[in-house]
Design a protein around this ligand. Structure first.
Ligand code: ACO
Length: 469
């Protein structure tokens, strides 16, 4: 472990100690017991407080500010684990042993090659599309029967598919030359090694396919709109490292790789949030996992949800400097405006994810004057908001507040922040969908009808212009 990665682990453990001092991890009895249907709960607008199902995947204690995946607290997972381990944990319910982890990593690497889906996606004008729209289309394309050849079931054939693909679309080679060309790593050898492991993938194949494929799609979107050809992942890089590489075209430093890994862990799952719920609603109709993940991507895109991270950077740039923070904040407050990156439906305490991302943003921004300025402005804004809205309304920074500074410091463009969020949340979406489908019941709430009942139908020619009601 390098000096820097050790320092990063220390920052996380410091954040954990601070969280422990300021909060405690007691569970809320009303949210941590088996459900006896029908159950009572007090429901507010936006289904606030509604209980939809039981889960063993994760728990968010909003009043204390704690986040747990399958029993492990988020700080320990960030300090000691990796995104590959965490995805496995979320999907399967337990941390993998060494052999299982190796098998999983190999599958992820193999499944990240989706040449036919990529080829289809590149047929659309994705350079003119919002990255989240292109990503959503990509997951739809992954689903098509036509591109099923990208799936493991056709594995015996994959070398042929890839080489055929190599002839048909010019894939860019690495800057270092021919021996590092994108398709040069030993696929054939890899295939044979993992064939046995794949037999156990039944039931999870689509989860793996999506988990491995969405970062590749994000890479296609990032590269094409920057005027480059997509890159294939490298076998020597981790999931997080390959994500940075496929987006930026350069190999990340060990610090960037580690920080991206932590960011992915932090975003992997978060209870019944809007995008998770959207993907579960779609899955509950027995539509497939690709369409469910597509629904999750659509919901995540909104500025009240995952889209806030992109907006935060716009706001910080708009504020410009520490000196402008107070006048800017007073103006927004006077208009009762919402500040992006603050507030949460569940957290009425400091979001533990922001506790980790804040120090990481500071750490990464050290060598980057622009990011340093953004961090200083963000830090001043946090102090202003917490000392006022924190006290009055329990409003604190959420996960989206500092993540943008982290990604900006790696040279990633703001409109790719939400796609990166989606890459990570695929783990939570797929795990929760799998779990829900074991006891599936189609989601079907009711609305309270408050309209009229006995209106008389008037033929169109006799109608007067209706007044707005
Ligand atoms: N800035 C200022 N005031 C806020 C903020 C904010 N960011 N968030 C909530 N408030 C205020 C509201 O104005 C409201 O005040 P009032 O009671 O005087 O009317 C009160 O706090 C409650 O707010 P609601 O909007 O009712 O809270 P809700 O639970 O519906 O919304 C949400 C949560 C959408 C996250 C909200 O806090 C918000 O819009 N934040 C900004 C967008 C954002 O950062 N989204 C990312 C969330 S994290 C994620 O999804 C990954």
């Amino acid at each position: 472990m390098s000096k820097e990665t050790k320092e990063i682990t220390e920052l996380i453990l410091k954040a954990k100690a601070k969280a422990l001092k300021e909060t405690s991890s007691e569970a809320e009895p009303e949210l941590t017991r088996p459900i006896k249907w029908p159950t009572d709960c007090i429901v507010g607008p936006g289904l606030e407080g509604a209980i939809a199902c039981e889960t063993k995947i994760g728990y968010v204690n909003g009043s204390k500010g704690w986040l747990i995946y399958r029993g492990y607290n988020i700080f320990d997972l960030c300090a000691y684990s990796t995104f590959e381990e965490v995805s496995y944990l979320l999907l399967h319910g337990y941390l993998p042993n060494e052999k299982q982890l190796e098998g999983f990593k190999k599958k992820m690497l193999l499944f990240s090659h989706i040449p036919n889906t990529k080829r289809l996606l590149m047929g659309f004008p994705i350079e003119n599309m919002k990255p989240m729209a292109a990503l959503r289309m990509g997951t739809n394309l992954m689903r098509q029967e036509f591109t099923d050849v990208d799936k493991y079931g056709y594995l015996s054939n994959i070398a042929n598919i890839i080489s055929a693909d190599e002839d048909s679309i010019p894939m860019e080679t690495e800057p270092m030359g021919e021996e590092h060309a994108i398709y040069e790593f030993k696929r054939k050898q890899l295939e044979n090694k993992i064939k046995d492991d794949l037999k156990h993938a039944i039931g999870f194949d689509s989860c793996y396919h999506l988990l491995a494929g969405v970062p590749s799609l994000t890479g296609v979107v990032a590269r094409i709109r920057d005027g480059h050809l997509p890159l294939e992942p490298k076998s020597e890089l981790s999931y997080a490292g390959n994500l940075i590489y496929m987006i930026t075209g350069r190999e990340p430093t060990s610090v960037e790789e580690r920080v991206m890994d932590i960011a992915l862990i932090l975003h992997a799952d978060h209870g019944m949030n809007a995008s998770t719920f959207a993907s579960m609603v779609v899955a509950s109709t027995l539509a497939d996992l690709y369409l469910s993940v597509g629904a999750g991507i659509a919901a995540l895109n909104g500025p009240l949800h995952g889209g806030a991270n992109e907006k935060v950077i716009e706001v910080l740039k708009d504020i410009g400097s520490v000196n402008n923070v107070k006048p800017w904040f007073d103006k927004v407050r006077a208009k009762k405006g919402k500040i992006m990156g603050f507030g949460h439906r569940v957290y009425k305490a400091y979001d533990p994810r922001a506790r980790v991302l804040g120090p990481l943003a500071k750490y990464l921004s050290k060598g980057n004057p622009e990011a340093k300025k953004l961090f200083a402005t963000a830090n001043a804004l946090e102090k202003e908001v917490v000392s006022t809205l924190g006290k009055e309304k329990r409003i604190f920074p959420n996960v989206d507040f500092y993540s943008g500074i982290v990604y900006s410091s790696m040279g990633i463009a703001p409109d790719l922040f939400t796609p990166i969020f989606a890459v990570s949340r695929v783990a939570g979406w797929t795990a929760r969908v799998q779990e829900y489908l074991r006891n599936n019941r189609i989601f079907r709430p009711r609305a309270m009808y408050v309209g009229p009942f006995d209106k008389e139908y008037v033929p169109v020619k006799q109608r007067r212009a209706a007044k707005k009601s």
